[in-house]
Ligand binder design. Structure first.
Ligand SMILES: NC(=O)c1ccc[n+]([C@@H]2O[C@H](COP(=O)([O-])OP(=O)(O)OC[C@H]3O[C@@H](n4cnc5c(N)ncnc54)[C@H](OP(=O)(O)O)[C@@H]3O)[C@@H](O)[C@H]2O)c1
Length: 265
């Protein structure tokens, strides 16, 4: 087993389940020390117990950016510095734009976009001072294309690309990096936790997700991209996700026609 992250401090949001929990185990297996964040402390403790490394459980709510400076202080007190932060925490959507309350659009933006932006701003001064740091942003294929019933979700993921592409250019001379990761369908609780138009969770496993790429293999692909400091990468994107990306790039009109009739499950 390679130990590409020996001794490094990796802060993962959304570490209580799915891709984040798989990332925690994968980074731990390669020697990293961890800061594990999400809202549910008990689930974070279980993930920490599965990781064969020093893991600091630091619950936080991405909708409460005012708490982030204190969380950053606590993480820095524990480890001295952060090498990599993985902005992975997020929620999806299963509702038509017309049937989605505006407060639900805002909530998805708060968690997926402003949460990552605010935590980045809280961490930047210590990273710039140290001239080292790496922001890994878990976007989505939906950060590149838009399909029915994902308007707020796709908007939040597209917004991440805009912010972090700009930031990458601003911080390059400080020795800091940005990696944007676009997963396809991955087997997690994402569709169960996705918000419907009134803000309640969908509570169903979508068939695309059920047939998706395993989270542990996805985590391995993400580690490869982080170790190579890749600027942007696709993971677990096969079949129709890959087709959509190719059509978006080369035949956008064809994609437009196809997505009109396609509701990803
Ligand atoms: N699965 C896919 O097919 C897929 C595809 C593309 C992109 N993604 C992205 O991958 C990331 C991880 O999702 P997943 O698939 O692993 O789904 P998941 O199992 O539902 O995990 C979502 C994680 O986000 C955390 N979270 C949600 N709301 C939060 C909040 N307000 N504050 C703090 N943490 C919060 C959850 O923890 P708590 O509930 O404990 O807070 C959980 O750890 C997301 O950004 C998602 O958009 C997933």
């Amino acid at each position: 087993m390679r130990r590409r992250f020996e001794g490094q401090v990796i802060w993962i949001t959304g570490a209580s389940s799915g891709i984040g929990a798989a990332l925690a185990e994968a980074f731990a297996s390669e020697g990293a020390r961890l800061v594990l964040s999400a809202r549910r402390r008990a689930e974070l403790e279980q993930v920490a117990a599965r990781c064969s490394t020093e893991a600091f459980v630091l619950p936080l709510n991405l909708e409460e950016p005012e708490t982030f400076p204190a969380h950053v202080e606590a993480a820095l007190l524990r480890f001295g510095h952060i090498d990599v932060v993985v902005h992975n925490g997020g929620i999806s959507q299963r509702s038509l734009a017309q049937e989605t309350r505006l407060d639900v659009d805002r909530r998805i933006m708060d968690v997926n976009y402003f949460g990552a932006v605010a935590l980045t701003k809280a961490l930047l001064p210590s990273m710039v001072k140290r001239k080292a740091g790496h922001f890994v942003v878990v976007s989505s294929v939906m950060g590149k294309v838009g399909t029915p019933q994902r308007s707020a979700y796709a908007a939040s993921k597209h917004a991440l690309h805009g912010f972090f592409d700009c930031l990458r250019a601003e911080i390059a001379d400080d020795g800091l990096f940005v990696t944007l990761v676009c997963p396809g369908y991955i087997q997690t609780d994402v569709s169960k936790n996705a918000l419907t138009g009134d803000g309640s969770p969908k509570n169903e496993v979508g068939s695309d997700i059920a047939k998706g790429h395993p989270a542990d293999l996805t985590a391995r692909q993400i580690l490869n991209a982080v170790s190579k400091k890749t600027s942007e990468t696709y993971v677990g994107a096969f079949g129709k996700e890959l087709l959509a990306l190719l059509l978006k790039r080369f035949l956008p009109g064809v994609l437009e026609g196809l997505v009109r009739n396609a509701v990803p499950k």
